[in-house]
Ligand binder design. Structure first.
Ligand SMILES: [Zn+2]
Length: 143
């Protein structure tokens, strides 16, 4: 007998622990995650999907594939955030604004990459502005 386990949403987020408490609150309060959600948590969120080599991209997409094909997920929420260590390793931003512009650009590219493979999935982009360096308050803004 095959027991099906399904959920409606996939959250792709940065692994940064400073986001944990605010993201946990947000996944309950925002209404974006009704019907449950899978989580793909990696450094830089979708950064590697955009600038990684083919192997890394394939691995990234295989996680998304499990979510969509096995769990029947129909909405993906991509969460990036300011002061991201993964971006700081690759770029030398001169301002928080410059970092945000680059990350928003990457989020949009990631959305295109996912839609190319899964045109029917809804994709929501969210940028978390850290209000303090510890993540006590993170302002989550839809892009
Ligand atoms: Zn990060």
């Amino acid at each position: 007998m095959v027991i099906s386990h399904t959920c409606k949403n996939l959250l792709i987020r940065c692994m940064d622990f400073r986001l944990n408490s605010e993201v946990e609150r947000w996944t309950k309060d925002s209404g974006l995650f009704e019907g449950g959600f899978d989580v793909v948590s990696v450094a830089g969120a979708c950064k590697n999907l955009v600038d990684g080599d083919e192997k890394i991209k394939d691995n990234f997409l295989s996680n998304i594939a499990v979510s969509i094909e096995l769990h029947e997920v129909c909405k993906i929420v991509i969460l990036h955030h300011s002061d991201c260590g993964a971006y700081a390793q690759s770029y030398n931003f001169s301002s928080p604004e410059e970092e945000k512009i680059k990350q928003v650009e990457d989020m949009k590219k990631a959305k295109e990459i996912i839609l190319e493979k899964y045109p029917n999935v809804e994709i929501i982009l969210v940028f978390g502005q850290m209000k303090d360096s510890n993540g006590k308050e993170v302002e989550l803004e839809m892009i």
